[in-house]
Write a protein that binds this ligand. Sequence first.
Ligand SMILES: [Zn+2]
Length: 132
Amino acid sequence: MKSSQAGQTLGKRLLRILGNAGGYLLGLAILGVLGVLGSETVRTMPDHAIVLVDTQAHVYHGIPNADVCGDESMSLMTAREARDLGYEPCPRCREDGLFAGRTCSAIRALAEDYLRFPRGRERWNDDGTWNW
Ligand SMILES: [Zn+2]
């Protein structure tokens, strides 16, 4: 009799602890999701962006740096073509931030990508030219 009462009390206590832990974990999960959705995300350069390709150095440059990185021997292609051909982003252009798009919250990025939410001003136009 006594031991079953003790068992019930222990069981109730365990349930209470688990219930609290469940609520705590749920709260943490909600905070985590909100944190991820509210975090800042940087849009990456789209595949259709036009880049300047240096076949000698095997890198591609951002168009705004054409006067410092480029010369007449280089050719234009889309970022996707350049990446598919194994070209690497130019370290200087990358350092200058040329391959990073605008920054927005993760939830906005999701809304733009999947809900056709109106986009902010992009750094690249639909035809791949640069908006700088
Ligand atoms: Zn460059």
